[in-house]
Design a protein around this ligand. Structure first.
Ligand code: BUP
Length: 398
């Protein structure tokens, strides 16, 4: 008998998207899937995505879950980790760590070492709400049966192997890398794709810093000027508000009148502020590079398509993710740009790195290898991730 799997995503697009992909993946392998949808959702974008997902997947059951309810404890729990294996491995150890910002490196038994400067600053403050919640979640990890993750063995072997070796200083559940997640059918085409259709192959930089990043006007101006100076074509998705709220600011106000006029006049690129179909954009033949905040979903979307990345890590797990990108040969990471708001990154610095992203032969020859490895992971016969999916489904039947 096939297993019946209930999935419960937490709030935020960066969490919801991988859960929808996992739901579609398991349902396509004859599992019965129920998606518990926490109510109320935090944004209109989430409700819209859920509605279109359920109409495209009528065989997946929807169950609204009021946040005050408590699930039964008599069932087996698995976690879908929505970050890199590298950052997850740090989180698992948080309840047992005393972090000193004066140290350079952190060495946890059995795991590769971490640079202290890559750890998000709130983690050094035990009173911070984000930190207390992470520590409480980390304590619960030992009670789950397995940790499903949108990564693949080749991409993060140096972390995945020790996590499953039993040699870490704490006992951890099995880590199950089953990525890169494929995108599920979502009918309709977004307007920026028509502009891309007119551009030459691999000529356009796609610029997006995720759904939760609001930048200062000065920084937006430097990015715009830097893109123009680089002489590369660009498609720039710009957000002005944090945490998935509806975008109300006019584009002109967001970018600034004179910069927007300059962009329109030069016909070098387009700027949009609405939600785009990022996966379709990254698949488009005109895309030659991705200037990104290195959110883990975005990273995996670029990795599976072999799109070179320029990482600008703004907060959270992003520096850990960028380390993975850099080590795998998927992209560039100017570490000295710092966390968001730490300093103003000037247009000349952006220009220089965009040129390197689009023209560096060594980088551009390495990246297709990463894409090939990602595709192979989910190959029907012998793919490392495909084998783990089979193993997971067997575990779920028990
Ligand atoms: Br913006 C945007 N369209 O316009 P990450 C994002 N996405 O499809 P985040 C779109 O949202 P955290 C848009 O493809 C990815 O699947 C994108 O997740 C999609 O970043 C997802 O990359 C964004 O993990 O989350 O949302 O900043 O802050 O948790 O890293």
């Amino acid at each position: 008998m096939e297993p019946h799997i209930a999935l419960l995503p937490s709030a935020g697009m960066g969490h919801l998207m991988p859960f929808l992909r996992l739901a579609a993946m398991l349902a396509s392998r004859n599992c019965k899937v129920t998606l518990l949808t926490a109510q109320p959702t935090v944004s209109a974008a989430e409700s819209k995505h859920l509605n279109s997902f359920f109409s495209a997947h009528p065989h997946i059951q929807r169950l609204d879950f009021q946040l005050a309810d408590h699930p039964s404890l008599s069932i087996s729990y698995y976690i879908l980790s929505t970050t890199s294996a590298r950052f997850f491995s740090l989180i698992t150890h948080l309840p047992h760590l005393t972090l000193e910002s004066s140290c350079v490196n952190l060495k946890l038994h059995g795991l590769p070492s971490f640079s202290i400067s890559n750890i998000p600053p709130p983690i050094f403050n035990p009173q911070n709400l984000f930190t207390t919640q992470m520590i409480s979640n980390a304590r619960a990890i030992s009670r789950v049966k397995g940790v499903v993750s949108n990564t693949f063995h080749w991409f993060e072997a140096e972390t995945i192997e020790p996590l499953n070796s039993g040699k870490t200083s704490i006992t951890l559940p099995q880590f199950l890398p089953i990525g890169p997640f494929k995108h599920y059918e979502d009918p309709g085409k977004c307007s920026s794709l028509s502009w891309l259709d007119e551009q030459p192959a691999k000529s356009v930089v796609y610029v997006s810093f995720g759904s939760r990043t609001a930048m200062s006007k000065d920084q937006i101006k430097e990015i715009g000027e830097g893109l123009l100076k680089s002489k590369q074509k660009f498609l720039w998705v710009l957000k002005s508000v944090k945490v998935d709220k509806a975008e109300e600011t006019e584009l002109k106000e967001l970018v600034g009148h004179s910069l927007l006029e300059k962009i329109e006049e030069k016909k070098q690129g387009i700027v949009v502020k609405e939600w785009v179909k990022q996966e379709e954009i990254l698949t488009h033949h005109a895309i030659g590079g991705f200037f990104s905040h290195c959110g883990w979903n975005s990273t995996m979307e670029a990795a599976q398509r072999g799109v070179p990345m320029l990482a600008w890590t703004l907060n959270g797990d992003q520096r850990f993710n960028a380390e993975v990108v850099e080590k795998a040969g998927l992209g560039l990471w100017p570490k000295h740009w710092g966390w968001l708001g730490e300093r103003l990154v000037k247009s000349e610095e952006i220009e220089e790195k965009i040129e390197e992203l689009m023209q560096d032969h060594k980088l551009r020859s390495m990246v297709p290898k990463v894409g090939g490895r990602g595709q192979n992971g989910l190959g029907k016969f012998g793919g490392t991730s495909e084998k783990v999916v089979g193993q997971l489904i067997e575990m779920l039947k028990l």
